[in-house]
Ligand binder design. Structure first.
Ligand SMILES: Nc1ncnc2c1ncn2[C@@H]1O[C@H](COP(=O)(O)OP(=O)(O)OP(=O)(O)O)[C@@H](O)[C@H]1O
Ligand SMILES: [Mg+2]
Length: 614
């Protein structure tokens, strides 16, 4: 089974996996007892109604008299009211448990996911995590409330009905009850097949949606590449398969219910065939025959529902396993117990023990490969950066630049070797300590839904509006923010969707400036910003980076000219290192990159001026 296949089915029930989730019911123990008791009571009253028919026939219809009819009516109404009352109790408790269990699980999973390291998100599709947190928790909530109580209700109904029938006539009761196993078997068979067919439809449906999504998002590219015909054919194939699978599932359904009906009709035929003979023979009275007819009608539903409930549990087996697997996942970048004792954890950071940071960074023989990957990105990498140095990292795409800063930020830890901060392995200090001293702008800027001001304030929630604006001005974000309809209070949309990539980068830079870390990382922070704004940012940040250890990664080499040291990385190794002037004198890779780039920039500037004149 694919680890992340949403539609895979477990083929057996493993109670031990479910047991682990029982702890979510414990807080609702009292509600659970009330719920199950109410389910039994509702079943009891439900099963009494055929007996009321019996009473009506025996006491009033057959003797053609109405003596005691008033009492009968009162009894009937009482029964109906009791049934209603228990139904309300039942539903109320079920909702309390459903919502409570769902919320508790969602909260636990969410906080657990927050503790996981980046490599988990690297390996796991976002959709997988979302499905666990959102839909699985809902399903579990429903299973532990409605499904469980339905199960108890149906079982109790079958037992009460059987008891009443056996009391009236053992032979006929056995004949009616003999139809229960075939119905159960048939329902079991069909339910399992329906489950599989349903999953196949959903899997195909998600292919259709994904294809739809991709082709609409890629509409511009499709038009450019002129491949609409081919795309349409592909879509048609997926769609045809969808139709085929849906039909197969529907066909199963159309056979399933008639089959069940046939068995149930056979039971009714037995009752109708044997009943009159028994009545004639004196071993059964007409009123009791009516009870049998009524039970025969109402018995299929609970049996079918019981089986359906069991299949639903089976259907969720794979989800339960996935939830447990998520709960079992431990962060790979985590503080050891000793470190936590000194520095505290997320919930109780012991800030009094956090040493002030200077910002010396040293890579000691660091080798690194991404989890789940075989290839080493860095091998025996050594580099010493004194505090306050501005380091620029340049190199080709995929050279390992982001990896280097990911390691500095401890988003990932070295596979071998160590990284020292102020002379101490950073793993012997807490993750939070390092994080509180970091400011970073990642290669793909991420904003949270909320306003621009919220986003800038993210690293420093107590910052005043003046501080926010000052940071935005330094990041050259102030101008564009002011032009927005609500200025700093403009919502950025989910993930910052309403801003351009360049604007998102500017907001991220402002956020990093406000975070005021001793170590600053800018990974392609201005890659989508126009050259003029970039130059302005550079002139501001020069000042800002003073006294901080900073890492600047940029493809446009004009941005890195002023760095204290430039390292040229190629395939995870440093091939050149020095100041801009030193590297140019080398006439090596940097020189070639710079001159090539320089030509391009000059041409671009030339066109920009032409455009400006026009
Ligand atoms: N999350 C990841 N999981 C597995 N491998 C990765 C991951 N990120 C990067 N790599 C691999 O590590 C190598 C270095 O990637 P890195 O992102 O450090 O390059 P880069 O120099 O920052 O490139 P770019 O200029 O495109 O940003 C690449 O070969 C890439 O395939
Ligand atoms: Mg990169």
């Amino acid at each position: 089974m694919d680890r992340h296949d949403e539609y895979a089915l477990a083929d057996h029930l493993d109670i031990s996996q479910w047991k682990r989730l029982f702890k979510y019911i414990t807080p609702y123990r009292k509600d659970m007892i009330i719920l199950l008791a109410a389910a039994v009571a509702t079943a009891f009253f439900d099963a009494l109604f055929p007996l009321m028919t019996q009473m009506a026939i025996a006491d009033f219809i057959q003797p053609r008299q109405l003596k005691g009819f008033g009492r009968f009516v009162v009894l009937f109404v009482t029964l109906a009211v009791m049934q209603g009352v228990f139904n309300v109790i039942y539903s109320k408790r079920a909702i309390v448990i459903e919502m409570g269990v769902g919320r508790d699980m969602r909260y636990d999973l969410f906080s657990h996911v927050q503790t996981l390291s980046l490599d988990y998100f690297n390996r796991t599709p976002v959709g997988f995590i979302l499905a666990r947190i959102m839909s699985d928790t809902n399903s579990m909530g429903a299973i532990f409330s409605w499904r469980l109580s339905d199960f108890v209700f149906n079982l109790a109904y079958i037992l009460f009905a059987s008891f009443n029938m056996l009391r009236l006539n053992r032979l006929l009761a056995c004949m009616v009850l003999a139809t229960v196993p075939p119905i159960a078997l048939l329902a079991g068979y069909f339910r399992r097949r329906l489950l599989k067919a349903g999953r196949a439809v959903r899997r195909q449906n998600s292919l259709v949606t994904a294809s739809y999504n991709e082709n609409i998002n890629g509409a511009v590219t499709i038009k450019e590449l002129d491949c609409a015909g081919r795309i349409n054919r592909q879509f048609e194939d997926i769609n045809r398969e969808m139709k085929r699978k849906s039909l197969a599932a529907k066909r199963l359904e159309t056979v399933f219910f008639p089959c069940i009906m046939v068995i149930s009709s056979a039971a009714l035929a037995t009752v109708l065939g044997m009943g009159p003979a028994m009545v004639a023979g004196g071993s059964l009275d007409v009123a009791s025959l009516a009870v049998f007819i009524s039970y025969t009608f109402t018995l299929i539903d609970p049996v079918e529902h019981l089986i359906r409930g069991l299949t639903q549990v089976l259907a969720l087996q794979a989800n339960v396993e996935r939830v447990n697997r998520l709960i079992d996942t431990r962060p790979t970048v985590a503080d050891s117990r000793q470190v936590e004792e000194i520095y505290g954890d997320v919930y109780r950071p012991k800030k009094e023990n956090w040493e002030p940071i200077k910002g010396d960074i040293k890579f000691c023989d660091v080798s690194f490969k991404y989890p789940d990957s075989e290839k080493y990105v860095l091998e025996h990498f050594n580099l010493e950066i004194p505090a306050g140095t501005c380091v620029a990292i340049v190199g080709a795409t995929g050279a390992g630049k982001s990896t280097l800063v990911n390691l500095v930020c401890r988003f990932f830890e070295p596979t071998e070797g160590k990284i020292l901060i102020d002379g101490v392995d950073y793993r012997s200090r807490s993750y939070l300590w390092l994080e509180s001293n970091l400011s970073y702008v990642l290669q793909t800027p991420h904003l949270f839904s909320g306003t621009i001001a919220d986003n800038i304030r993210y690293a420093n929630p107590s910052a005043s509006m003046e501080q926010v604006i000052r940071a935005a001005k330094q990041a050259q974000a102030h101008d564009f923010i002011q032009k927005l309809p609500d200025g700093y209070d403009t919502p950025v949309g989910q993930g910052g969707d309403r801003l351009s990539t360049g604007q998102k980068q500017l907001v991220s830079i402002a956020r990093a400036i406000l975070a005021d870390g001793r170590i600053m990382v800018m990974d392609e922070a201005t890659s989508s910003v126009d050259t003029k704004t970039e130059q302005l940012i550079n002139s501001m940040t020069d000042n800002l980076l003073k006294n901080r250890t900073s890492f600047i990664i940029a493809h446009r080499l004009s941005t890195v000219k002023n760095a204290d040291v430039i390292i040229v990385v190629d395939e995870g190794k440093i091939v050149e290192m020095g100041t801009h002037a030193q590297l140019l004198r080398l006439h090596g890779q940097y020189y070639r990159m710079y001159t090539g780039q320089w030509e391009e920039d000059r041409q671009k500037d030339y066109f920009d001026t032409l455009k400006a004149k026009a």
